[in-house]
Design a protein around this ligand. Structure first.
Ligand code: EPS
Length: 396
């Protein structure tokens, strides 16, 4: 099974990651990882940091002559902010010394991990919480998960995503969304819908909607506010039979939902038309079975009973607005116990487009593990001998 760990602070020297359990013989290159890292910076609404971070992966181990060796893959990403920012990060984040002379952060931001973090770890300074809870960590997650994604690609499994709503602007119904996705898939030809989404400033498939969203972001920026939103991940080429209904921790939908909700600032996950479906009668929700044992619809989002059914997997993530706002929010100074509004800090207005790219990456690990659990194999070659050729069906 593939496991990965990340380490690193947002304004520390670097992020590092270890990916363990990937079969041998999977082609992986720094370019593939860098491509995903560059995609993670896409999207209108990012702040000052996006102007200078240029994420370039350094691979230390686990890959030889362009392919995995079955041994742990070790990765490093330098934080340009460590040296480039005006802030004295090498002093603020120093490994040695007492921290004397370094300002403490004492005004917790509502909605952030700030307050619960200082209470939990008994800090008198929010800085350590800010640093590790930051979404900067998702850069290393994308890098780690791209290794699993490279494995899935070799099996013909592809993962796409697009933003479907941002700041309340988006598709009005499941039908409208489905029509936009189907149109984009047709027009994409051999490419996936992600390539089309990547060409839009907010990763939306519908250019007009994208323009409306940009206006909404501009408005939020001038209001000193932030925005959340929704995106969907579409996984195609998935064979039926991944996951299981027999035990809670073997359900594929649960594993995918865990991966999505673990991304910073995500507050909800939907599989297929789960949210709309909860308000409809069963006769309008379930995908009828037609001769050939296929389906004419995919409202279940490719998973029934925690098991993939061969249709594309559709999973949506819901992101809250970023809790670092220019507009002050009510808080309390931890030094004095007095009410005090939050102070301004550099931030993004929104990072929903980035979250959609991170979501594509993180689902790759539970999915690859479901594949490895069912088909096994210590090498890609062995896995390919066992994996059903053409076992997956198309359609949405
Ligand atoms: C983040 C705050 C901003 C974002 C950062 C996440 O960073 P800074 O405080 O340096 O301006 O840019 O995201 C990234 C650096 C990234 O790579 O996505 C936060 O507080 O979560």
């Amino acid at each position: 099974m593939i496991r990965y760990f990340t380490a690193g602070e947002s304004h520390g020297e670097a992020l590092v990651g270890i990916v363990e359990g990937c079969p041998a013989g999977v082609p992986v290159s720094p370019d593939q990882i860098n491509h995903q890292l560059a995609r993670r910076w896409l999207g209108y609404g990012r702040g000052g940091r996006s102007k200078f971070e240029r994420d370039q992966i350094h691979i230390f181990s686990g890959i030889r002559f362009g392919a995995t060796m079955g041994s742990p893959v070790a990765l490093r990403l330098d934080n340009a902010a460590f040296h480039k920012d005006k802030a004295a990060w090498p002093e603020v984040m120093a490994v040695e010394g007492t921290g004397e002379g370094v300002d403490r952060v004492t005004q917790p931001r509502p909605g952030h991990a700030d307050l619960v973090g200082v209470q939990k770890y008994r800090f008198d300074d929010i800085r350590p919480v800010i640093e590790r809870s930051s979404a900067r960590e998702t850069a290393m997650r994308v890098a780690c998960c791209t290794v699993a994604r490279c494995l899935l690609e070799r099996l013909g499994i592809r993962i796409d995503s697009h933003v479907i709503e941002l700041g309340g602007v988006g598709y009005k119904s499941a039908g409208e969304l489905r029509a936009a996705r189907d149109r984009a898939s047709r027009e994409a030809g051999g490419r996936g819908i992600s390539e089309t989404a990547d060409e839009n400033l907010v990763r939306m498939l519908d250019a007009q909607l994208g323009d409306d969203v940009i206006e909404r972001i501009k408005q939020a920026k001038s209001d000193g506010d932030t925005l959340g939103g929704r995106y969907e991940v579409v996984i195609s080429g998935v064979p039926s039979g991944l996951g299981s209904y027999v035990q809670w921790d073997r359900k594929l939908d649960a594993a995918l939902a865990h991966a999505i909700i673990s991304i910073q600032a995500q507050k909800a996950v939907e599989i297929g038309d789960g949210v709309d479906g909860a308000a409809l009668p069963g006769s309008q929700v379930h995908d009828e079975i037609v001769p050939g044992l296929s389906r004419s619809s995919n409202r279940a989002g490719g998973i029934e009973g925690g098991v993939s059914n061969g249709m594309p997997i559709i999973i949506r993530g819901f992101m809250k607005p970023i809790p670092t706002l220019i507009k002050p929010l009510g808080s309390v100074d931890l030094k004095t116990g007095e009410a005090m509004a939050t102070r301004y800090e550099r931030s993004d207005v929104t990072s929903v487009p980035a979250a959609s790219v991170v979501a594509e990456a993180v689902v790759a690990v539970p999915l690859a593990n479901a594949v490895l659990e069912k088909f096994g194999g210590d090498s890609l070659e062995e896995l390919l001998e066992r994996f059903p050729v053409g076992g997956a069906s198309a359609g949405s």
